[in-house]
Ligand binder design. Structure first.
Ligand code: GDP
Ligand code: IMO
Ligand code: MG
Length: 427
């Protein structure tokens, strides 16, 4: 079995963690390929609830090897905290592998993330404040610190000197903050290096060899299509490639090895942070979705903005990711509504858009054109096959599938691992 990619279709928090966990027992490797501890994946196994930020969801599956790929940015303190937390709960984390080429989030980048947001004022992005953007900026500017650098004090010192020459000017002269000494950052990183050393590997080679043996590799995205730095709602995006193309650059697995692209799409839409959101609901319906769907950020606890399902976004996600299968999640949350509106296109200044407008201003001004579908009242959390769903829920799924540009192969009807309607096998 070749490589399989899981990506989010909307603005994140679609339930990627649950989907990855569901497949976990049948895959050999789960690889995180982008982002860092800005992600928050909640996985519910029986009575236990796990919140993962930096670690791939596959860490919860015995036998599966979790991998942090080269495309990820790593806060080493958070990595060890998360590992300790899982170990205390009896999860074996000893198989974790970390790419030698992944970048490390240094303390000054956490500071810069926060002060930049403050500086932007009303133009802020609403970042998670974890230092993600500045660390990716350093990577592109070629002044980043990589995992392999923390094992060589001389190299690390040289790289930190280079980075801080610039950063300290920015911190002190633009943001009026204290300059940072090379020694304090050096000490922090060196103190973490011993624990890190046994985890580090040439993960691209490890994965290449695993695929050669016919093993299954699942590549798991953080964030989602509309938060992708190229294909998302720029500048209100994260700083990494969260679409399926990022799975290749973020792991070293070539496109020719990817057989399937599974996109997780919520039965309605949510967004955390700033930026345009055509179907956003600022009324009681929005509050209903937030309450019933428990839409509060796993990472920052912020209430998520909520709105109806948007098929323009689903079609766009299908297109830019090459989606082979959608997993429609949280259908249970829509239970109890008289009518369920679905956005089928946008109106922008009297012009109909069936596809995502390429112009950012047009997307900001897009008004949804809705089609109203009849709701259902029956509890669907026990459904395991399509036939178990009430007729109106099935009609909703069929209508969404017709407009979304790819087949729906599974449906989430509750947070638990097995609260899923499986239409066809995902592997
Ligand atoms: P991720 O970032 O894409 O992994 O998603 P999050 O974990 O941030 O947010 C999804 C939330 O919805 C989590 O609390 C999940 O436990 C929960 N969840 C996932 N699938 C379903 C579902 O089908 N129904 C319900 N009710 N909750 C779900
Ligand atoms: P998962 O993997 C939802 C959002 C932030 C902000 C923007 C940039 O759980 O789906 P950043 O800190 O990345 O520079 O912030 O991106 N964001 C997410 N929103 N789910 C996530 O991850 C997110 N990761 C980042 O709220 O608007
Ligand atoms: Mg999340």
């Amino acid at each position: 079995m070749p490589a399989i990619v899981i990506v989010g279709a909307q603005w994140g928090d679609e339930g990627k963690g649950k989907a990855t966990d569901l497949l976990g027992s049948r895959v050999d490797y789960v690889v995180k390929f982008n982002g860092g501890n800005n992600a928050g994946h909640t996985v519910v196994i029986g009575d236990e609830k796990y919140a993962l930020h930096l670690l791939p969801s596959g860490i919860l599956t015995p036998g599966c090897t979790p991998v942090i790929g080269n495309g990820v940015v790593i806060d080493l303190g958070v990595l060890f905290e998360e590992l300790d937390g899982l170990e205390q709960r009896g999860i074996d984390t000893s198989k974790l592998l970390v790419s030698a080429n992944a970048h490390v989030i240094a303390d000054y980048n956490r500071t810069l993330d926060k002060v930049t947001e403050r500086f932007l004022g009303s133009r802020r992005i609403g970042t998670t404040g974890r230092g993600i953007g500045p660390t990716y900026a350093d990577k592109i500017n070629r002044i980043g610190i990589r995992v392999q650098d923390v094992f060589d004090e001389k190299i690390l010192r040289q790289k930190l000197e280079g980075a801080l020459d610039l950063k300290n000017q920015i911190l002190a002269k633009i943001y009026n903050r204290r300059a940072v000494s090379v020694d304090e950052i050096l000490e922090e990183l060196l103190s973490q290096s011993e624990r890190l050393r046994p985890l580090v590997a040439d993960t691209a080679l490890v994965l290449h060899e695993a695929l050669g043996r016919g093993e299954t590799v699942l590549l798991e995205a953080g964030q989602a299509t509309l938060l992708d730095v190229d294909h998302g709602t720029y500048p209100f995006v994260t700083s990494s490639s969260a679409t399926s193309g990022g799975a290749c650059t973020g792991t070293g697995i070539p496109p020719t090895q990817i057989e399937r692209v599974i996109s997780i799409v919520k039965a309605y839409t949510t967004r955390v942070g700033e930026g345009p959101f055509p179907t956003e609901l600022l009324d009681d319906h929005g509050e209903f979705l937030r309450k019933v769907g428990m839409e509060y950020g796993t990472t920052t606890g912020r209430p998520r903005r909520c709105g109806w399902f948007d098929t323009v976004i689903a079609r766009y996600a299908a297109r830019v990711n090459g989606v082979t299968d959608f997993v429609l999640t949280k259908l249970d949350v829509l239970t109890g509504l008289d009518k369920v509106p679905v956005c089928v296109a946008y109106d922008v200044g009297g012009v109909r858009y069936d596809e995502m407008p390429v112009n950012q201003t047009d997307f900001h001004h897009a008004t949804p054109i809705y089609e109203e579908l009849p709701g259902w009242w029956e509890d669907i959390s026990g459904a395991r096959t399509l036939e178990d769903l009430p007729a109106n829920a099935r009609a909703y799924v069929n209508a969404v599938e017709d407009m979304a540009g790819a087949r729906i192969s599974a449906i989430g009807v509750g947070p638990g691992r097995h609260e899923t309607v499986v239409i066809r096998d995902l592997l």
